[in-house]
Design a protein around this ligand. Structure first.
Ligand code: GUN
Length: 305
């Protein structure tokens, strides 16, 4: 069997198009432009790339983008003061503090200082609790994007066996909650799970989110299962030769071994071009949702969990 490749790039483009439509309507009918504030502390190169691309796509769908770049040694008090200002700013509907933060800053404290209604990452304890109890919340972007792709591919997920590999607050735990919300039977596996291959072999849906390159081989995958690969790992690719500075070229791989998993799976997300592009699309979707809620307007259909 050869798997259907789930095209996250095309799916994300369609989500952004829908978002742009809602933004245009908010502007025309209500005179409101949704705004997203992104806060970056320090100069982590990967975070800089993400933040730049978030800002660019925010503007592309017609929303206002507010970028706040702070020095790596910014004090917790100064960061909290900025969050307080953004919480009170009526033009800002979404606030995202890029993680990881430099070591001297308490991530939990900072995230929980964001107004939960503006917490477009869905990381605030209020949103975590709302999601866990099946109430309306802001839903973390990567799990939301993964859920959208699963629903699009399968229709209803009810009764399916889902295994989530990874228990992070950003992906694993909220992903499990969303799958449970869609009536899957959910197992959360992690580094201490016994007989992981056998656990994965029972899954109709496998979501891999551990950050270990090509950790899941094809023979762990049940014939016909759907594989959502959240991992984005850069590995050496000596077969591609060397760069001008003599360093070895690299390539991106997921947490699943793509070729062997694709032979057994019914459907699979590629890396790159699978879950990755959905994350920012869902961030934009969450910002529109937050803006509609803040203004007492009906929220867009199909863009939330
Ligand atoms: N760093 C890596 N992923 C994320 C994310 O989804 N949100 C934020 N704020 N930081 C991240």
């Amino acid at each position: 069997m050869s798997a259907t490749v789930i095209d996250g790039k095309a799916f994300a483009a369609s989500v952004r198009e829908k978002v742009a439509g809602h933004v245009a309507r908010l502007k025309e009918e209500h005179g409101i432009t949704p705004g997203l504030a992104v806060v970056l502390v320090g100069e982590d190169p990967a975070s800089q790339v993400y933040v730049r691309s978030k800002g660019k796509m925010t503007v592309e769908v017609g929303m206002n983008s507010y970028e706040h770049k702070l020095e790596a040694d910014t004090s917790e008090a100064d960061l909290l003061a900025l969050i307080d200002r953004l919480n009170k700013d009526a033009d800002v509907h979404g606030i995202l503090v890029q993680l990881p933060l430099p070591g001297h800053l308490d991530e939990d404290l900072v995230i929980n200082a964001i107004d939960p209604a503006k917490d477009v990452d869905g990381f605030h304890i209020s949103n975590v609790g709302l999601l866990g109890t099946g109430q309306k919340s802001m839903v973390p972007c990567t799990p939301l994007g993964s859920l959208m792709m699963l629903r699009d591919h399968h229709g209803a997920l009810s009764g399916m066996n889902a295994v989530v590999i990874g228990r992070s607050n950003i992906v694993g735990k909220p992903m499990a909650q969303l799958l449970l919300g869609d009536s899957c039977t959910v197992t959360i596996a992690h580094s201490r799970t016994k007989d992981l291959p056998d656990v994965v072999r029972r899954a109709d849906i496998v979501v891999a989110a551990v950050g270990r390159p090509e950790m899941v081989p094809g023979d762990w995958i049940k014939e016909g299962a759907t594989v959502i690969d959240v991992g984005i790992n850069r590995i050496d690719a000596p077969e591609k030769g060397t760069n001008e500075d003599g360093s070895v070229k690299t390539r991106l791989v997921g947490d699943c071994h793509y070729e062997s998993c694709a032979e057994r799976a019914g459907a699979i997300t590629p890396v790159p071009g699978g879950v990755g592009p959905m994350t920012i699309a869902c961030l934009l979707a969450n910002t529109v949702t937050a803006c509609c809620r803040a203004n007492g307007l009906a929220e867009p259909e199909g863009l939330t969990a």
